[in-house]
Design a protein. Sequence first.
Length: 260
Amino acid sequence: MTKSDFLRSFKAFFLRSRHRSDPALFKLEKVIGYRFSNPDLLVRALLHRSYATDGADQSLDESSNERLEFLGDAVLALAVNDYLFEKYPDKREGSLTKMKSVIVSKPILSHYAKRSNLGSFILMSESAQRSKVGETESVLADALEAIFGAVFLDGGFDVASDCISRLLLSDVQNIFDNEDNVNYKSLLQEYIQALHKVPPRYVVRSTIGPQHDKEFVVEVGVHGNSLARGVGKTKKLAEQEAAKEAYKKLLNTDAIEEQH
């Protein structure tokens, strides 16, 4: 047995043992609403790349949750499509696609991952923990998708769909109604990059008011075309407002919300 094989076997044994003795992961199963027949799948779904490699052996990267995240992304998309298809029989394909793009976006997934306290369960290296990597939007969203992939492998699509419904789809109305849940800059960037292969561009067009009470006017556009403007006390807030107006204009979100 090579050193790499030994390290891989030891780490797999350790992770299995950790699950069976760690009450925190049993708590996560309660949050998910599903008890794994193969608990190794849940552990794998929580395994961040930094923990899998831990700076020692890059070959252990195959133990991270990235493959499960890839699978879970597809499972999530199918479950959401199935839900929207059944719930909105009169909606056309374009409207359903727009609604799905909001529900499966990383900002929304990370919000619901935070609500389930998923970050506290993610296994990562000590340096990643110190850097609070587990609190980042992308890591939380990817871990949630990895869990959906793990549930699918362990129990099948119907079980995974039920899990997705409990954690996400049961709150669809709030996803659209509660704008505090939505990072419009991230949503707009995902949407624009999918269409144009470039990110949107933000430009400060003017400032309003005295120095101590200044407001910024920011314009967002793509390929030189203006999409919307936003006003805020900081450039960041103005960019968020501009992104919100642009995203609603592009996706006709107001019309979507009226249907809930």
